[in-house]
Design a protein around this ligand. Structure first.
Ligand code: SF4
Length: 465
C-alpha cells in the first residue's frame, strides 16, 4: 500500500532539523567531549575544552548556533519505497525549508553560486546537497547535516589498491589527520569510508560521522587502533597539545572493484552537527538526544588584560600568554583580504586606518533580536597567509584567527614586531557576549564577509607568535 507524505510536513521537519543540528550537539558527541574535559591535564587545552562545553549550553539555551560557520547543508534521506510525496517537488521543498530556516533563525549564509569565477553569495545558504537511498517500507528518515569549511577543507579521498593493504589505509588516515593539525578545530571526529568507488567512499565517510551502526570484528578493531594512534599525535584541543585530539572513529565499508581499494576520510570538528527524524504518514518522530549539561568550574589562570590601544604593551606580550583583549578591532576574511591586497598594491588606502589595527579573521552570523552581533568566532588563518605579509608591512599590529601560519608570515610578524593571537574556534555563542558593539564599515555586499568595526570586552586569546 502506498503511504502518502505531504511535502509541507517535510518542509516543517527540515526547518526544525536545521535549527536542532546547528544548536544542539548530539548526545554521544557531547558525552565524549565532557569526558575529554574531565581527563585533560594540559592547562591550555583544558580552557579550550571548558569553552566548548560552556558554548554548547549557551547555544542550546538560546537556540543560537554552536559555531558561526553554519556550514554547507547536506540532507540524507532513507526513503521507503512505498512512499508517495504529494503537494510539491521534494528537492524544491528541501531547499525552500533550508533557505527559510537560515533566514528565520539568523544563521550565517555561506554558499556562493559559482565556485570558481563569480563567487556571489546566494544569501539563503542553498543549494542543498541531497543524497537519497531507497529502502524497504513506508517510512522516510531524514538526516540534516551541516559542516563548516575548516574541517571540510581537510577531508580527503584516495584510490588505493590491494598492494597498499591495511597499512596503506592506516597511513593515509593518520597522515591526513596529522597534516590537518589544528585546522579542523579539534577535538575531531573521524568518519572513514572504505570500498565502493571514488564518490561512494566519500559518501560513506560522511555517513560514518552520524551512523548508529556499530562496527564488528576487524573493522571494530581497526577503529579502536586508529583512535588510539590519532590521540597519540597529541594535537589536543585547538592544537594546544594534550590528549583531547579525537573523540570518535567510525568506519563504513562497502564492496569494491577487484582493482581498487577506495578510501575517504571526513573529519568533523568538535561542533559535530547533525539531527534526524523519521516521518511516517502524518507523524514525525525526532531522534532523542536528551542529556544533562555539565557546567565546567571557573578555571584560575594568569590572564593578562590588555587594551587594543596599548600598542607597545601588545608588541611585548610573551608568546603563550593568555590574554583578554578589549577595545576596537576589525573583522576581515578571504574576500575582504583580496580587496585589501588590490588596494595596497595600488598604493590606495583601506576603508579603515591600518596602522596599529588588529584584524579578526571572522565572519559572524547575523544578529538576532537583542544581540550586538550574532555568534562569532575565528576562521582558519592560513587562508589569509598570501595577503598577510603586505598587511604587516603596511602597519597592521596584530591578527586574530585559528591555526598555524606559514613560515613566511611568521617571519613578517617577527620582522615588523607584530603579533598573532589564536582563539578557540567553534564557540561562537559564547564569544558573541564579548562584543559590545558592531557596525559594518565596508563591503556590505559581501554579507558575512563584510568588514565590521567591533568594540570588544575581554575577548579571550592566546599569544601564538
Ligand atoms: S568549529 Fe571550527 S571547523 Fe567547525 S565549523 Fe566552526 S570554525 Fe569551522
Amino acid at each position: 500500500m502506498t503511504e502518502i507524505i505531504k511535502s509541507e510536513l517535510i518542509y516543517k521537519t527540515i526547518k526544525n532539523l536545521v535549527l536542532l543540528a546547528n544548536t544542539r550537539l548530539p548526545k554521544e558527541d557531547y558525552t565524549a567531549l565532557s569526558e575529554f574535559y574531565q581527563k585533560e591535564k594540559n592547562p591550555s587545552s583544558k580552557i579550550a575544552m571548558s569553552q566548548i562545553l560552556q558554548n554548547a549550553k549557551i547555544a542550546y539555551d538560546e537556540k543560537r548556533p554552536l559555531c558561526q560557520d553554519t556550514g554547507f547543508v547536506t540532507v540524507f534521506i532513507n526513503m521507503g519505497q512505498n512512499i508517495s510525496v504529494v503537494g510539491g517537488n521534494l528537492e524544491k521543498t528541501i531547499n525552500r525549508a533550508v533557505a527559510d530556516a537560515y533566514t528565520e533563525f539568523s544563521l550565517r549564509k555561506s554558499i556562493v553560486d559559482d565556485s570558481l569565477f563569480k563567487r556571489k553569495n546566494t544569501k539563503n545558504n542553498t543549494p542543498v546537497l541531497i543524497h537519497t537511498d531507497i529502502v524497504e517500507g513506508s517510512e522516510m528518515e531524514i538526516i540534516v547535516s551541516t559542516k563548516g569549511g575548516g574541517c571540510e577543507n581537510i577531508s580527503a579521498g584516495k584510490m588505493l589498491t590491494l598492494a597498499h593493504g591495511i597499512e596503506g589505509v592506516k597511513d593515509f588516515i593518520l597522515d591526513t589527520v596529522k597534516n590537518a593539525g589544528s585546522k579542523p578545530c579539534p577535538p575531531i571526529k573521524v568518519g572513514i569510508g572504505i570500498g565502493s568507488n571514488f564518490e561512494g567512499s566519500a559518501i560513506l565517510s560522511k555517513k560514518a560521522l552520524f551512523t548508529d551502526k556499530k562496527s564488528k570484528g576487524e573493522y571494530k578493531k581497526l577503529e579502536a587502533e586508529l583512535l588510539k594512534e590519532i590521540n597519540k599525535l597529541k594535537i589536543g584541543a585547538m592544537g594546544l597539545g594534550g590528549k583531547s585530539t579525537c573523540f570518535g572513529v567510525k568506519i563504513l565499508s562497502a564492496p569494491c572493484h577487484i582493482a581498487s581499494l577506495p578510501v575517504a576520510i571526513s573529519i568533523s570538528c568538535h561542533s559535530s552537527r547533525h539531527a534526524s527524524a523519521t516521518i511516517s504518514g502524518n507523524n514525525v518522530v525526532y531522534k532523542k538526544e536528551d542529556y544533562e549539561f555539565f557546567v565546567p568550574p571557573k578555571t584560575e589562570s594568569n590572564v593578562i588584560k590588555i587594551n587594543a590601544n596599548d600598542t607597545e604593551k601588545i608588541r611585548n606580550l610573551p608568546v603563550g600568554a593568555n590574554i583578554e583583549l578589549s577595545g576596537k578591532i576589525y573583522t576581515a576574511r578571504d574576500a575582504a583580504h583580496k580587496r585589501f591586497d588590490e588596494l595596497l598594491m595600488n598604493g590606495k588606502e583601506l576603508p579603515f586606518e591600518l596602522k596599529d589595527a588588529i584584524i579578526f579573521y571572522a565572519g559572524p552570523c547575523p544578529a538576532a533580536k537583542g544581540e550586538a552581533i550574532g555568534p562569532i568566532g575565528p576562521t582558519t588563518s592560513a587562508r589569509m597567509d598570501k595577503f598577510t605579509p603586505l598587511m604587516y608591512k603596511n602597519g597592521m599590529l596584530a591578527s586574530i584567527g585559528k591555526g598555524e601560519r606559514s613560515q613566511d608570515v611568521i617571519a613578517f610578524i617577527r620582522a615588523f614586531k607584530g603579533k598573532y593571537f589564536t582563539m578557540t574556534g567553534g564557540v561562537a555563542s559564547l564569544m558573541k557576549s564579548c562584543v559590545k558593539s558592531a557596525k559594518v564599515i565596508a563591503y556590505p555586499e559581501l554579507g558575512a564577509e563584510a568588514v565590521y568595526e567591533l568594540e570588544v570586552e575581554n575577548l579571550p586569546l592566546i599569544v601564538k607568535y
